[in-house]
Design a protein around this ligand. Structure first.
Ligand code: PMP
Length: 354
């Protein structure tokens, strides 16, 4: 730390992204990326836009907004785009939390929530998940603070139904409830339709997972017009051009190419079912996932050892070295070939032949 670093940030612990190794060619099952390239249409639109990069991007994201409004069944003033969903989540912390309205989220969830709270000097409360890693929705009703829930949750993969989300939203009419649906397209049902009924619900999604655009950075939030205006005030005070021209064009292509999106989601769901089954046969216990990853443990090997052995053998998964999570590894669902390699290597590790 330099002697110039502002004291207000000196105690900040930044988010630790998953490893992005450059030293070896790994099968990367550690950061929940898609194994599939972006839609060919998304790639074409982005390439066409490359020749216009001398011009600023459209701060209103007009073409993308118009298409998204149709796809998600909302009005154009009920959605805002951002540089990855991380950015709009941060905007939500800035816009809807303060000293009297702390941020409230599970103790085991997406690690960035805590960082956003700390970054913005917002008090926060972490509510423990139940013993079986589920969220008890009774913990989130009649809250004084702003609720943040990843649904499905990470790294557990567990899911709340729209009815359960509605119970939380309905019981907090004076507070905002933010539902982070980064993984909703892999078998869950979105809460977006509830934004028509409740002015205190904000739903956040990303193009990083089901639309194969993690490297492009595109996310969005859906909510009533007033909430979107609040987020827009923050956006125009930070960076009006937060979505670059190529990403905006790629996003439009990704939304237009619905068949490609649906077939990739189906492939991940199939590969997940195959992987869970194969892990069960190897004696693993796996939480029921509605995401593009599984959270799994074996009595025969610790999470850390499995992670290290897999890495030695060219396969990267994620291990969280905290007391409740340390037995587990989180494994991104990749292509059928990648999952076969993961299972084969895991079997050999358990047999002691690797
Ligand atoms: N929410 C959750 C639950 C996530 O796991 C992630 C991805 N790490 C994000 C949000 C952010 O994704 P992105 O910024 O790539 O849209």
């Amino acid at each position: 730390m330099s002697r110039f670093f502002s004291e207000k940030y000196s105690a900040l612990t930044p988010y630790t992204p998953g490893e992005q190794p450059r030293d070896q060619h790994y099968i990367k099952l550690n950061t929940n990326e898609s194994p599939f390239p972006p839609s060919p249409l998304a790639q074409r639109y982005a390439a066409e836009e490359a020749g216009k990069l001398e011009l600023y991007s459209d701060p209103t994201c007009a073409a993308l907004t118009a298409k998204a409004a149709k796809v998600f069944g909302i009005e154009e003033d009920e959605i805002i785009f951002s540089n990855g969903s991380d950015e709009v989540l941060n905007f939500a912390f800035m816009a809807f939390c303060d000293d009297t309205h702390p941020a409230i989220f599970p103790d085991i969830t997406y690690g960035f929530y805590k960082v956003f709270a700390q970054l913005n000097g917002i008090p926060y409360e972490q509510i423990p998940l139940k013993e079986d890693f589920t969220i008890d929705i009774r913990d989130y009703v009649n809250q004084t603070g702003t609720v943040f829930i990843a649904n499905p949750n990470a790294p557990t993969g567990l899911y709340l139904t729209p009815n359960q989300i509605e119970t939380i939203v309905q019981s907090n009419p004076e507070r905002i409830v933010v539902i982070d649906e980064a993984y909703i397209d892999f078998g869950g049902e979105t809460a977006i339709p509830l934004t028509k009924k409740y002015d205190n619900l904000l739903v956040v999604q990303t193009f990083s997972k089901s639309r194969s655009m993690a490297g492009a950075r595109l996310g969005f939030a859906v909510g009533c017009k007033a909430l979107i205006q609040d987020l827009s005030t923050i956006k125009y005070s930070v960076n009006p051009y937060n979505v670059n021209r190529m990403t905006m064009a790629a996003g439009l292509g990704a939304l237009e190419d619905r068949d490609y999106f649906l077939s990739n989601c189906r492939a991940i769901i199939e590969n997940r079912a195959w992987t869970v089954d194969a892990l069960t046969k190897l004696g693993f216990t796996t939480l029921e996932s509605l995401t593009n990853f599984v959270f799994t443990k074996s009595n025969a090997i610790s999470g850390k050892e499995l992670y290290l052995k897999l890495k030695e053998n060219g396969i990267l998964v994620r291990h969280f070295d905290t007391p409740r999570l340390t037995d587990y590894v989180r494994v991104t669902i990749g292509s059928a070939g990648q999952m076969a390699a993961f299972i084969d290597t895991t079997r050999k590790i358990l047999e002691g032949t690797l």
